[in-house]
Design a protein around this ligand. Structure first.
Ligand code: AKB
Length: 316
């Protein structure tokens, strides 16, 4: 029997591309996109769409019953930078939405959950290079705290109630279709847009700030792969480390200059610098590679070619 999928937060950066991918795999009639508003017309107009408030259990349950949903991808969240401006809102949204879907699975309304975690679960006392799967985690952002606590709850619901919840610690995700919103790694998307529209970018992170990053196509492939993996192959029920590349603003600017010779970058670090400084520079994702054959395809060079080609057509 085919899966019936609900994506909560389908209008966002990752949710939108996941919607298109899952529709291509499972069929338009089996993938229901939802969000709190009509915030992305490409998604809204591309198939079944419902208004769902991730913080309202009744709103999610109504949709689950209406479409006989068995699998939920919970992509709604407040990210690191916005979370520092609205700490309690970030806590409420990120935690209540997770509890709603975990409890739906515990009550057997649904069978399977995907919930994204983040490199933000790590903190200043975490080893910075090749950060291991199991290590010190003392996040200093509200977003990171919600993701770390969320991971503990996912594992708890798996252990105690047999809830099939699967999770990945996404690094910064770079894409050209939908803009990210409110993250610390957003600079790595904005820079390509500004390179093409203005020939100049003012970076809110300093030139040597190295962070783990990934191109959207790899992030979507990883998400599909972990959800398809046989349950008995998954040894981690908190969240898997996941990696593709690491670079600094200076590295990405140099790569862009290979295509746009007179591109200029300047550096004006703001409050996001402190967040970035608390995160790892690179991630050891060998457990994901062993357990479910994870393998990335895009490095900085290949991603930059793709970003500049796709955005070049958009701005032409
Ligand atoms: C953010 O910057 O907050 C996110 C993340 C790394 O989870 N992109």
């Amino acid at each position: 029997m085919s899966q019936k999928i609900l994506i909560i937060g389908a209008c966002g950066q990752i949710g939108s591309e996941l919607t298109f991918k899952l529709r291509s795999i499972h069929g338009d009639e089996n993938v229901i996109a939802s969000d709190i508003g009509y915030n992305n017309l490409d998604v809204v107009n591309s198939g079944l769409f419902e208004i769902v408030d991730a913080q309202d259990y009744g709103s999610i349950l109504h949709c689950v019953e209406k479409y006989r949903i068995d699998t939920i991808y919970l992509m709604a969240a407040m990210l690191s930078a916005t979370g520092e401006k609205f700490p309690m809102k970030a806590w409420d949204l990120n935690m209540s939405s997770l509890f709603h879907v975990l409890n739906l699975a515990k009550a057997k309304f649904i069978d399977k959950i995907f919930w994204p975690s983040s490199i933000a679960v790590f903190g200043p006392t975490t080893p910075k290079h090749d950060t291991p799967q199991h290590t010190v985690m003392a996040p200093t952002t509200v977003y990171g705290i919600t993701k770390q606590v969320g991971e503990r709850w996912c594992e708890y619901y798996f252990d105690k109630y047999g809830v099939d919840v699967r999770s990945i610690r996404y690094p910064g995700i770079i894409s050209w279709k939908t803009m990210p919103g409110g993250g610390t790694t957003d600079y790595a998307v904005e820079i390509y847009h500004r390179a093409l529209t203005d020939g100049h970018y003012s970076s809110f992170l300093s030139e040597d700030t190295e962070l783990p990053m990934m191109f959207m196509d790899d992030a979507i492939d990883a998400t599909v792969q972990i959800m398809d993996a046989p349950a008995n192959q998954l040894t981690i029920r908190s969240s898997y480390n996941l990696a593709a590349m690491s670079f600094t603003p200076k590295d990405i600017a140099a790569e862009i200059q290979n295509h746009i010779k007179d591109f200029i970058i300047t550096y004006n670090p703001d409050f996001r610098q402190q967040i970035a400084d608390s995160w790892p520079k690179s991630i050891d994702d060998s457990v994901a590679r062993t357990d479910w054959n994870w393998n990335h395809k895009f490095d900085l060079k290949k991603m930059s070619e793709e970003m500049l080609t796709q955005l070049g057509e958009k701005y032409a």
